[in-house]
Design a protein around this ligand. Structure first.
Ligand SMILES: Nc1ncnc2c1ncn2[C@@H]1O[C@H](COP(=O)(O)OP(=O)(O)OC[C@H]2O[C@@H]([n+]3cccc(C(=O)O)c3)[C@H](O)[C@@H]2O)[C@@H](O)[C@H]1O
Ligand SMILES: Nc1ncnc2c1ncn2[C@@H]1O[C@H](COP(=O)(O)OP(=O)(O)OP(=O)(O)O)[C@@H](O)[C@H]1O
Ligand SMILES: NC(=O)CC[C@H](N)C(=O)O
Length: 675
């Protein structure tokens, strides 16, 4: 098995094809279809899907009932069947076929010399521009066998699910155009019966606004059915007697658009993308209501085939976001930031109101997290129509606090108009270290974890006792990424607070939230200027003093780049993917700085790339810390869930024993090929 093959990694490639059609010329259409299928074969495609009535054209009216045409359709199917013997993709084409007394509007499924089955359309539109009942019978409820000359008897019905025996999770159902426009489409029942890929071959004429309607249906179907939905509609060549055609094709997975065609295009359009079958399986296994809905559902026949896909590296045809928590699309990012910020502000206002409007006590370091918590608090006070002076902000410099961050804290508090005080924690820390007999007290440069935690602990101690004295609550600042990595001091430390606004915010989103707060003018202009200066400062815990001339203690040098750690966190929490697969995605997202997109406005000099070796090493550190630090999460203070990727609250999205071994996850890292 080749590690870099999409098929080893639980993905499958689909092609939604629209070809210029030759109306009423089945053999011509078959020839073009074979050519397109051969191209799909070269591209490593598993499913090549063509529009409704693609062998005849959709818009040929009463010619659909002509014997000579229906006979040539059978010849065209034979051409496809023969050609398919040497091709990998399953070929799905549209054709009118005789069955008993009537003609049916069918999807013919062909693979490696077999006609695997024929799925007739269930819902036959006969309204406005559609006159299909004049020609076609409905296939709803049919569970039969269809005799195809030269082929024999093949399963015929809307009850067919096609399943690859050699590709886990690859099973599909085909429905035909109008089938998806009804309240309960056949594909919904097929999904409940196990189909992960729902194909729709369509002959949908274009009118103004219809493309958006189709897309809404496809997106909704893929979300509701926890499936991939592959849609392809007729285009160029269809008769324009009374209608026009745009050849829209699109692929959605779980509500996310993976690919779409150019509409009104000239020439063949092959919309190719890779569907993640693991993600679909994972989603269905954790959302139990999906299966609950299957009670009493229809019975389906399963048709098994062996795909034998290419197992070498054929690239990856889907965009993998570098920052799964930060959309590259500016409008989406703005929307996410608006929601995230308001989720946090809501969380805090509700808690304050519910417990009699205490003051807020917060330690402000000048770093990103406490800055953001402070501007959430300030907004909450504004909404509650309380003075911002009810926020009691403290700067608590220790042995390594830089003037720059301290200044930022001063300026921020000043511009926001919150109450502000400095308490030097060094005397208390020195006393504690001396009482403990720590070597630092006798002048040795021993900057161990005790030295760090004495400072973090004393800050917490001060804040909690100040909260007692001032009738306040301590506002927590730790973020989701730090919780994942256990990058906080337990109990008597920054892990603890009375309420935390940040535990649902990943570090990679934090800076964008602050940028959004500046750009959307949540506060006065001078607040924006200080916020910008804070954004420009490197992330550091500032617990260990830097030697002269040396760089300050860098968090990311110790626990890895947050951009990689957040990537792993997202796929682990949201989809439960195995580490070696997350690394496969991480490599595609991060190995070349020039590929793919960065979020809008992402500074050019901060754009990084990583080798597979770096990805693997940082992932190992992530996993070690992730499992070892569950105890810090299982006693987490209250705070709101923010991103869909999950939270780490033991009362919410993440439950795990605090004494568990992550050895199985670490062992899986051995499956990574460094390339
Ligand atoms: N499963 C488990 N159940 C119960 N207790 C467990 C445990 N695993 C370890 N422990 C105990 O927990 C203690 C270790 O935890 P803890 O005291 O927190 O200490 P620890 O995790 O070793 O250190 C905290 C780290 O976080 C960093 N930090 C702190 C504060 C802020 C920031 C920041 O940049 O934001 C970073 C700091 O630089 C340091 O490296 C040990 O006493 C250990 O025995
Ligand atoms: N010098 C300081 N003055 C006041 N509070 C501090 C100071 N240093 C740390 N804290 C408090 O402890 C929390 C964790 O500190 P630390 O700076 O180590 O982590 P951080 O997650 O990088 O947070 P931030 O981004 O706010 O600095 C801070 O958010 C802040 O509330
Ligand atoms: N061919 C069809 O079934 C088309 C009907 C469908 N409502 C559409 O406009 O897309």
């Amino acid at each position: 098995m080749e590690y870099y093959s999409i098929y080893s990694q639980g993905l499958a490639r689909v092609a939604a094809c629209t070809l210029p059609v030759h109306p009423a010329q089945p053999l011509e259409n078959a020839r073009d279809t074979v050519q397109a299928a051969a191209q799909c074969h070269d591209d490593g495609v598993a499913l090549a899907v063509f529009p409704e009535l693609s062998l005849t054209g959709y818009n040929i009216d009463d010619l659909l009932l002509q014997d000579v045409l229906l006979d040539e359709v059978l010849e065209a199917i034979e051409v496809l069947r023969e050609a398919s013997t040497t091709l990998t993709p399953v070929i799905v084409v549209g054709a009118p076929l005789r069955y008993r007394n009537r003609i049916y509007n069918c999807a013919v499924v062909i693979h490696k010399g077999r006609v695997l089955g024929v799925a007739p359309k269930s819902y036959i539109p006969n309204y406005r521009e559609f006159y299909e009942k004049r020609h076609f019978a409905s296939g709803a409820g049919t569970r039969g066998e269809l005799e195809i000359p030269g082929v024999g008897s093949v399963p015929f019905g809307a009850d067919l699910i096609f399943e690859a025996a050699d590709v886990r999770g690859l099973s599909f159902h085909v429905e035909i155009c109008e089938d998806m426009w009804v309240p309960v489409p056949p594909s919904a029942e097929a999904a409940l019966a196990g189909a992960t890929m729902l194909l729709n071959i369509s002959g949908s004429p274009i009118t103004v606004g219809r493309a958006a309607d189709r897309e809404a249906l496809v997106k909704a179907a893929s979300t509701r059915c926890a499936a991939a939905y592959v849609y392809t509609a007729a285009g160029q060549g269809e008769s324009s007697t009374d209608l026009s055609w745009d050849g829209q094709a699109m692929v959605y997975e779980l509500g996310n658009k993976l690919a779409e065609s150019e509409r009104f295009a000239q020439g063949p359009q092959l919309t190719i993308t890779d569907i993640d079958l693991d993600i679909l399986r994972q989603e269905r296994s954790r959302q139990g209501t999906f299966d609950d809905n299957a009670l009493g559902g229809g019975a389906f026949r399963t048709i098994s085939f062996r795909l034998e896909p290419p197992m070498e590296d054929i690239g990856l045809r889907r965009e993998v976001a570098r920052f799964p928590f930060v959309p590259a699309n500016e409008a989406l990012l703005n929307q996410d930031c608006y929601e995230a910020y308001n989720i946090q502000v809501y969380g805090l206002t509700q808690r304050l109101r519910a417990i009699g409007n205490p003051k807020i006590v917060i330690g402000v370091s000048g770093g990103l997290d406490s800055t953001h918590a402070l501007i959430v608090a300030a907004r909450a006070m504004d909404l509650l129509e309380r003075p911002r002076t009810d926020i009691l902000a403290y700067t608590l410099p220790g042995f390594a606090t830089s003037d720059h961050t301290k200044n930022n804290a001063y300026r921020l508090a000043g511009s926001l108009g919150v109450s502000f005080k400095e308490i030097d924690i060094r005397p208390a820390a020195s006393q504690m270290l001396a009482d403990m007999g720590h070597p630092f007290a006798s002048g040795e440069e021993v900057y161990d974890v005790t030295f760090e935690n004495v400072q973090a602990g004393l800050r917490t101690d001060f804040l909690f006792r100040l909260a007692n004295e001032k009738s306040g609550i301590v506002l927590g600042t730790g973020d989701l990424s730090e919780l994942a990595l256990g990058w906080c001091t337990f109990g008597v430390g920054d892990q603890m607070s009375h309420y935390n606004v940040n535990p649902g915010v990943p570090k990679t989103l934090m800076q964008h939230l602050i940028r959004w707060v500046i750009a959307s003018h949540q506060f006065e202009n001078q607040v924006g200027e200080v916020l910008q200066s804070i954004l420009d400062t490197e992330i550091s815990p500032e617990l260990v003093p830097a030697k002269d001339g040396a760089n300050i203690q860098s968090t990311q040098q110790k626990i890895g780049p947050y951009e990689l750690q957040d990537f792993t966190l997202y796929y682990l929490l949201r989809f439960g993917l195995r580490p070696s697969k997350i690394a496969f995605y991480a490599w595609h997202a991060w190995h070349d700085v020039n590929l793919g997109r960065f979020p809008a406005g992402f500074p050019t000099d901060e754009r990084n790339e990583y080798t597979m070796e770096e990805i693997k090493n940082w992932m190992e550190l992530f996993l070690r810390r992730f499992f070892a630090n569950q105890f810090k999460r299982s006693t987490l203070p209250n705070g709101p869930k923010v991103v869909a990727g999950g939270t780490l609250s033991p009362r919410g999205d993440w439950r795990m024993p605090s004494d568990i071994s992550g050895s199985v996850w670490l062992k899986d890292l051995e499956n990574i090929e460094l390339g």
